[in-house]
Design a protein around this ligand. Structure first.
Ligand SMILES: *Cc1c(COP(=O)(O)O)cnc(C)c1O
Length: 405
């Protein structure tokens, strides 16, 4: 008789987004005339830029010819894309990352989850609270999280690093020794960004303790502050303790096109094993690469026109973030993030619980938000608003929320 992976049975239902959707649907059914604006969407809305579309069209045509046809590509990604990434995302910033250290994939979500394959089940994992749920659930599936404790909203074997107002939404190194540390900057959901000094502190901690930092930088393109590091590899010592995840999803609207990459430095070793070799082994065994057409599209992001066009889209979202942040601050709400990130993390008025605030804003303003508590216990009393919507709708949503406060 087959036994299933018992770890899956320990997972609580994915409550947050299904509950948000359920409440929006119920409100909509009760008020069919209401025009609901969703400041809760975590997906981009602007289309692929012309440079990307053109490059993909060309690649489609190539695929239809004997001369230009590409079958299985290298599992690690085509050299043209690995080289463009190494050059434009790293070497241009003075960071020495080589193409062999870059693995192209179909998503940062998959990579953040799959990376656990190369680590022992006994490692102690630290996550931020609030957190992008993928880090937590994938470790739970692997048996690294212990048991879920519903009354606390936490897993017994994970170490939670509260990111709260009093520490500027910056995780602090845990008292206990931890092996694997997930960091996400610019942060989803709080919109916070780590300074060079803060990242240096984490790199030093990891090198001292033999830990590994899994650095998710999916929102790197949103960094606007010139003093903020764009990659953890700008920090001295990171090559011996960090793996970085990046994605074209939020950078270039690839959420439905799928392309991302993971950087595993050659120096990174644990237990005498090179993690680059291990990840290569994992990918070549379990993954057959990203479509040629998609990689050509991603390459076009690094051309001068591609660059200019995607930066226009990013600027559009950044302006939405500014509209939300400034509008709601003027209305008396405390707002965090939204400067180097497309997320604005707002404190609910008078300590109102997240779900009460969600219900209030939905009922009175027809605006959907995401309750902060859904990202972890320390998110209670907050709401996440996103800048990925239409500019006019975003403005209107802010006016409506202002009017009810
Ligand atoms: C959107 C997002 C990603 C990107 O995931 P893809 O699978 O590349 O689309 C990764 N990490 C975080 C925190 C995100 O919000």
């Amino acid at each position: 008789m087959v036994k299933v992976n018992q770890n899956y049975l320990k997972l609580p239902g994915s409550y947050l987004f299904s509950e948000v959707a359920r409440r929006i649907a119920a409100h909509s059914a009760a008020h069919p005339e209401a025009k609901i604006i969703k400041l809760s969407i975590g997906d981009v809305t602007r289309p692929l830029v012309p440079a990307v579309v053109e490059a993909m069209h060309k690649a489609v045509d190539e695929q239809g010819t004997y001369a230009g046809f590409h079958g299985y590509g290298p599992e690690q990604g085509y050299p043209f894309l690995r080289e463009a990434i190494a050059q434009f995302d790293y070497q241009k910033r003075g960071v020495d990352i080589q193409p062999q250290e870059i693995f192209i994939s179909d998503g940062a979500k998959s990579d953040c989850g799959n990376i656990g394959d190369i680590f022992d089940v006994d490692n102690v994992v630290a996550v931020c609270d609030p957190v992008y749920p993928v880090y937590v659930d994938t470790n739970a599936m692997a048996g690294r999280a212990g048991d879920f404790m519903p009354e606390l909203g936490r897993w017994s074997r994970l170490v939670y690093m509260p990111c709260v107002e009093s520490n500027g939404f910056m995780p602090e190194p845990p008292k206990e020794k931890v092996d694997i540390i997930y960091l996400c900057f610019p942060n989803n959901p709080t919109g916070s960004m780590a300074t060079r000094e803060q990242l240096k502190m984490w790199v030093d901690y990891a090198n001292k303790n033999g830990s590994i930092i899994l650095y998710d930088s999916a929102y790197e393109a949103f960094i606007s502050d010139p003093d903020i590091p764009h990659t953890i590899f700008e920090i001295e010592g990171a090559r011996t303790c960090a793996i970085e995840f990046r994605s074209f999803s939020k950078t270039a609207g690839f959420t439905g096109t799928r392309c991302a990459y993971t950087v595993v430095p050659m120096e990174l070793e644990r237990d005498g094993a090179k993690l680059n070799t291990m990840w290569n082994r994992r990918q070549t065994t379990k993954f057959n690469g990203v479509p040629y057409i998609v990689q050509r599209g991603a390459e076009a992001v690094y051309t001068p026109e591609g660059r200019r066009q995607i930066m226009e889209s990013i600027a559009y979202y950044q302006n939405n973030a500014k509209v939300i942040r400034e509008g709601l601050t003027a209305a008396g709400l405390e707002c965090f993030g939204g400067v180097n990130a497309p997320y604005i993390w707002i404190k609910t008025p008078n300590g109102m619980p997240s779900w009460d605030f969600f219900d209030l804003v939905l009922a009175k303003a027809n605006v959907a938000t995401t309750p902060g508590v859904g990202f972890g216990p320390s998110g209670e009393g907050f709401a996440r608003l996103t800048a990925f919507g239409d500019a006019e709708a975003t403005k209107e949503a802010v006016e409506r929320v202002k009017a009810i406060l």
